[in-house]
Design a binder for this molecule. Structure first.
Ligand code: KG4
Length: 339
């Protein structure tokens, strides 16, 4: 018997709903929030207000585009955390209300696990290029940088993570220092294509094990630019592409050095990327090069499933449904969570 899952995602500034029939996606609707652009970052209060406006039309469109009836849905899966509390509350409350009204079981989803499971989203039956267990997943987003050993759909171990800023934050904060608009990651990626990655050297952290640190890089860029601007007020303007290329190379070096160490030490040869930063073309190219030299099998999710989306919540919900992992109506969201 087929299982139909409604997935709801509202952890940050994207309101999303998706319908899955088993592990095949029928619809995935994402409403972005342009309101934050003027502020140089996500404003939590504005995000939760926008989620309130978006959630019902987004869910209605997901059901309509999937061409199913509301009564066909077997369970509701929602992002319980981590994320912005006000944003999570909207998705959680909606999911609980929908489940109660339609007498459906409720499934909590860890947003980070969902990013990893984005690799298993199938658009049709022939979509079979998926990692096999165990594999390593480098999860890099605006809020997280982790290396995860994925043993099964619901069996994951974080073996390394950032002790301060995330990789996406490093991109965004360095872009801000350079006077680029938010989110800076995609812009640095674009400008880096025209620049020389060896033009400037930035400090790399010395952190034990598989952990990351990016706050020192931000300070290194800040001091470097401050000193250069004293000598030449047009330094950033004249060297924008080279600064971006050098900065991007440093971030990729920091990320991939630890992934190489993890692969060498665990003996795992399948490596996947997940999260918003996996859209970075330099990171994608580096992974492809490493696949050749290290004889890894590598996986990069489709662009639409790298940023926040409900398809990844629904696929996680599908596997929890098969395991009968349901929760009660008393579930509250968690801003920071390890559940
Ligand atoms: O996973 P995600 O969509 O959500 C959050 O964690 O909020 O990740 C967003 C992050 C931002 O920091 C953004 O600058 C970064 O992903 N990002 C990129 C690129 N596209 C998005 N960073 C570098 N290069 C890109 N092409």
């Amino acid at each position: 018997m087929s299982v139909i899952i409604l997935g709801i995602e509202s952890s940050c500034d994207d309101t999303s709903a998706a319908i899955f029939k088993d592990d095949i996606i029928l619809s995935n609707i994402v409403a972005n929030q342009d309101v934050h652009k003027a502020y140089g970052g996500v404003v939590p209060e504005l995000a939760s207000r926008a989620h309130q406006q978006n959630i019902i039309p987004v869910v209605e469109k997901a059901i309509k585009d999937a061409d199913i009836n509301r009564e066909d849905i077997n369970a509701v899966a929602f992002t319980r955390g981590p994320g912005l509390m006000g944003s999570l509350l909207v998705g959680t409350s909606f999911a609980k209300g929908f489940a109660l009204a339609n007498q459906l079981p409720l499934i909590e989803v860890n947003h980070l696990h969902a990013h990893v499971l984005a690799h298993f989203i199938k658009e049709d039956e022939n979509d079979t290029d998926q990692p096999e267990f165990p594999f390593l997943c480098l999860l890099v987003s605006g809020g997280n940088s982790q290396i995860i050993v994925v043993r099964d759909y619901l069996d994951m171990e974080i073996i390394g993570q950032t002790i301060d800023d995330a990789a996406g934050e490093a991109f965004d904060k360095c872009a801000k220092i350079m006077g680029l608009p938010y989110p800076g990651g995609p812009l640095i990626d674009k400008l880096a294509k025209e620049g020389n990655p060896e033009a400037f050297k930035f400090n790399k952290p010395r952190i034990a094990n598989y952990d990351y640190s990016f706050s020192g890089l931000k300070t290194s860029v800040l001091y470097f630019l401050r000193d250069e601007l004293k000598k030449n007020p047009d330094f950033i303007e004249e060297n924008k592409a080279d600064i971006c290329a050098s900065l991007q190379k440093t971030i990729i070096d920091i990320l991939m050095d630890k992934v190489i160490k993890a692969a060498d030490e665990t003996g795992i040869t399948q490596v996947a990327l997940a999260g918003g930063v996996s859209a970075n073309s330099g990171l994608r190219n580096r992974l492809t090069e490493l696949a050749e030299t290290k004889k890894w099998k590598t996986f990069i999710p489709k662009f639409s499933y790298t940023t926040d989306n409900a398809a990844m919540i629904a696929i996680n919900g599908y596997h929890k449904y098969l395991n009968k992992e349901f929760i009660g109506q008393d579930a509250a969201p968690f801003a920071r969570t390890e559940f």
